[in-house]
Design a protein around this ligand. Structure first.
Ligand SMILES: [Zn+2]
Length: 347
């Protein structure tokens, strides 16, 4: 089995909503036992804050959309204090149940087989105070990855709506607070994830950020024309920054017709991997399943089946290792800060 570092899952949200435990097979796409079976040695676990406590289980069915396809602005429905509370509850589940990865060394130990690791990711910066007053706290606790926006506007930037067909050019980019957030993430060594961002938010960040550009879970627009997909110009920017794209497993974000269809063949997902590798090189493509947050094909219906996707790629073992984990290691080495020497005891 080739050890896989997976770029995105929503398992914490599932446990937060439904209860249960990640330590046993619990009816979702991704828990620790199926991760082990599928060779997923570590993953980015999203802390996603839904707009309402009483939303139904599918986060995409749950949002209320405006006439042009956006969810309502978080300022109206998702005050920071509430977002902080929910994200902290998601964080607590991860601390209780998972081995949290904070350094590249720790991630390397997961790849060597020592533990199944969780990299903590905030999907949408709603729980960050707009003056960034609480960002340090999150990072100290273990946050290592932050998506500026989900598919809604927030104080920091603009995200794309879910629609078919469409381009990612659906609105404005970073706000001033968003620019400050990107700079602060660079300084603190937090990965900035551009999944769900508008094309403008993407290129505003590309201009500003000193780190490799990362989109943790998306497909390519040339193969599936939805706003969540990346245009070739975006791919080129990711490649020249030394970054990567994690290919998403959602059928509606990978099929040319944008349909949710469980009988979608694995080759449809693999074609996105091949497109990115063909355009910007095998060093810049990875996997970002979106397990528990999307509708994957039946043949990839949970984490235990991860290796099946690698099996359909006619690639060398060396290239498969890049796709599966080495590209993530390279990007995180260039992004995260080296661990600081032990802090001296206070007088
Ligand atoms: Zn997402």
């Amino acid at each position: 089995m080739i050890p896989v570092v997976d770029g995105h899952n929503d398992a914490l949200l599932r446990i937060w909503r439904n209860g249960g435990s990640l330590l046993e097979r619990d009816g979702g796409h991704l828990d620790v036992p199926p991760m082990r079976e599928g060779g997923i040695v570590a993953g980015f676990f999203a802390m996603f804050v839904p707009a309402w406590d009483d939303e139904p289980a599918d986060p995409r069915a749950s949002v209320v959309r405006t006439a042009d396809g956006y969810v309502v602005p978080q300022e109206e429905r998702l005050p920071v204090a509430r977002a902080v509370r929910i994200a902290a509850e998601l964080f607590a589940i991860a601390e209780r149940e998972l081995h949290i990865v904070r350094t590249v060394d720790e991630l390397e130990r997961c790849i060597a087989g020592d533990a199944v690791g969780a990299i903590l990711h905030l999907e949408g910066a709603e729980p960050i105070d707009r003056k960034l007053a609480n960002l340090d706290e999150w990072v100290e606790r273990g946050l290592r990855s932050l998506g500026i926006v989900w598919s809604r506007h927030n104080a920091f930037g603009h995200g794309v709506p879910f629609r078919y067909p469409g381009t990612p050019d659906t609105g404005p980019g970073l706000t001033d607070a968003g620019r400050a957030l990107v700079r602060a993430c660079n300084e603190l060594g937090v990965l900035v994830d551009l999944a769900h961002a508008t094309e403008r938010t993407f290129f505003d960040t590309a201009e500003l950020s000193s780190a490799p550009l990362v989109v943790s879970h998306a497909g390519v627009h040339a193969l599936c024309p939805v706003p969540r997909s990346l245009t070739d110009a975006q791919l080129d920017a990711i490649g020249s920054s030394g970054g990567l794209v994690g290919i998403v497993f959602d059928t509606a974000m990978t099929r040319a017709d944008g349909e949710l269809a469980p009988d979608t063949p694995l080759e449809t997902i693999a074609a996105h991997v091949e497109h990115v590798a063909g355009r910007i090189g095998v060093d810049h493509v990875a996997l970002g399943s979106d397990f528990d947050g999307c509708s994957p094909p039946a043949s990839l219906s949970d984490a235990s089946k991860m290796q099946a996707l690698l099996d359909v790629l006619d690639w060398s073992d060396a290239d498969l290792a890049k796709l599966a984990h080495e590209n993530w290691l390279r990007v995180l080495r260039a992004t995260w800060l080296p661990p600081s020497p032990a802090t001296p005891a206070r007088a």
